[in-house]
Ligand binder design. Structure first.
Ligand code: AMP
Ligand code: ZN
Length: 479
């Protein structure tokens, strides 16, 4: 039976979906004012692993995610500028141009990390009407108050406000992300904005819409209440995000949805722990962060990062180091090499080893113990009593969770490029030219020349491998 840790009960619980074999899963998406950093991507990999484990258990997963393109201020406590406007000013563009650019890039990152794209993706700016409807309901039920800066949610009207983080109202801090900021317009420090007016420092806010309270724009949390309810109903099964969402964003989503509709928003709340760097948090707002492109520039494949993230449980912090990533890269290359072992001809068996598979299922089904599942895969590879064909078939089964493209490996390593796949930019054209000359040399069995050309390829910072489908190259890892 699948067991999952619920932040709400602080316990590992037996998982029982609301609708028999279907699961409603909601993920808080990115604020698209900058590149996603590899900390953000750790959270999306955790959520991908959750979806894969649910599917492995035979559930059909309906998954929805928002894209935050308005209303998320620099401080989670409703202070400072809108992050999208910060991005727009930085790049001299319209906020929606910024949003489009970073949203596209975000989805490219997800594809490269082999993350399954949620079935429903909606942005805040696409769902303004649904957000206004909820605010109207909250107003009718007397959960709101208005002042010159906007419509606020009055948290003192909800007796169990703060139950997710376990913080009593009196002791509530304003979010894990930022220092405590107290807005003088709030009746209580933990109250939050549902709708901002075009007033005060938001007088010139670029994005704004009409509403029953005048022109303005929504606060950050209301989009998730609107999008999740529309896509999945209420309550739905599982709501996910990073741990920084517990204290403010999820607490507020939960409060406003429950106040508006009288039922909980979601049954299970799951949170991925942070990626640290130099033992501090990696944050977009700090301006110093590592992106997937930074890793690729050093010769790593996005799947090396995915492998690294499989080695740490989602509820433990992980400190990022380049050495750690290099170790993950080597482990993944070993795994690919294993899949490419010479195959036994006639006794090739497409059979899964049941004993290892059962151990694997026990591991993933106990709150996604993926590091343990990876250990089981390693023991399987080292087991002298099992045929290679059975090992490989079993690893393909495990890869439904790991997502390391092991089956693609049969047709060549996914991290190595064919000549055709090399991009023309940077060193690409030069590299291609040398490889084409080397191809001719090899056809003519001029192995001395082939070796010389290999050396030239290495001098450009690449490694070359000869495979039945021709030469493949990969940038040398250089940390
Ligand atoms: P944001 O784009 O800032 O709204 O964040 C997108 C996702 O990344 C959210 O689920 C955050 O909780 C998560 N996140 C932010 N920083 C980190 C980090 N250092 N490690 C892991 N997840 C993070
Ligand atoms: Zn959210």
């Amino acid at each position: 039976m699948l067991k999952l840790y619920n932040t709400l009960s602080k316990k590992v619980e037996n998982f029982k979906p609301i609708h028999n074999r279907e699961v409603g899963l909601y993920t808080c998406g990115p604020t698209v004012y900058n590149f996603a950093h590899i900390g953000n991507l750790r959270t999306y990999i955790f959520e991908d692993l959750l979806q894969r484990v649910l599917e492995y258990n035979g559930y059909r997963v309906n998954r929805a995610m928002n894209i935050t393109d308005v209303g998320h201020l620099v401080s989670d406590a409703d202070e400072g500028e809108d992050k999208l406007e910060v991005g727009a000013k930085r790049e001299g563009k319209h906020p929606l141009e910024i949003a489009r650019f970073y949203t596209d890039k975000f989805f490219r990152d997800l594809t490269e990390l082999n993350i399954i794209k949620p079935g429903v993706v909606k942005s805040a700016t696409q769902t303004i009407d649904a957000q206004i409807e909820i605010i109207k309901l909250l107003e009718q039920k007397d959960y709101t108050y208005q002042n010159e800066s906007g419509i606020y949610f009055d948290t003192s009207k909800l007796p169990d406000y703060g139950m997710l983080s376990g913080q009593k109202l009196s002791g509530k801090k304003t979010g894990a992300r930022e220092e405590v900021v107290v807005d003088p317009h709030k009746k209580h420090p933990q109250d939050f904005v549902l709708w901002f007016f075009l007033a005060g420092k938001y007088k010139n806010h670029v994005l704004h819409w009409p509403s029953p309270w005048g022109e303005g724009f929504p606060g950050w949390h209301i989009e998730c209440s609107a999008i999740s309810r529309k896509a999945l109903g209420q309550p739905f099964d599982i709501h996910t995000g990073g741990v920084d969402h517990i204290g403010t964003h999820h607490t507020n989503e939960m409060a406003q949805s429950e106040a508006a509709f009288g039922v909980p928003l979601a049954n299970i709340w799951m949170h991925g722990e942070f990626l640290q760097i130099n033992s501090g948090k990696m944050a977009k707002s700090a301006g110093t962060f590592i992106t997937l492109d930074d890793l690729k520039a050093k010769g790593f494949s996005p799947l090396d990062l995915r492998y690294l993230y499989l080695t740490a449980h989602y509820r433990t912090q992980l400190n990022f180091t380049w050495e750690g990533l290099e170790a993950a890269h080597k482990a993944l290359e070993r795994l690919y090499a294993f899949i490419n072992l010479p195959r036994p001809g006639e006794d090739w068996k497409k059979e899964v080893d049941k004993s290892y598979q059962n151990q694997f299922i026990d591991a993933i089904n106990y709150d996604l113990n993926i590091p343990k599942a990876l250990g089981i895969a390693r023991s399987l590879m080292d087991d002298p009593n099992i045929l290679n064909s059975v090992k490989i078939t079993t690893l393909f089964d495990f890869d439904k969770i790991f997502g390391l493209k092991l089956e693609d490996t049969e047709r060549g390593y996914p991290t190595w490029l064919t000549i055709a796949a090399i991009q023309d930019q940077d060193m690409g054209l030069k590299l291609k030219a040398i490889m084409l000359t080397r191809e001719k040399a090899r056809e003519q069995k001029d192995f001395q020349k082939s070796d010389e050309l290999r050396k030239q390829i290495e001098d450009l910072g690449y490694e070359v491998m000869d495979t039945p489908e021709g030469q493949k190259v990969k940038k040398k890892v250089n940390i």
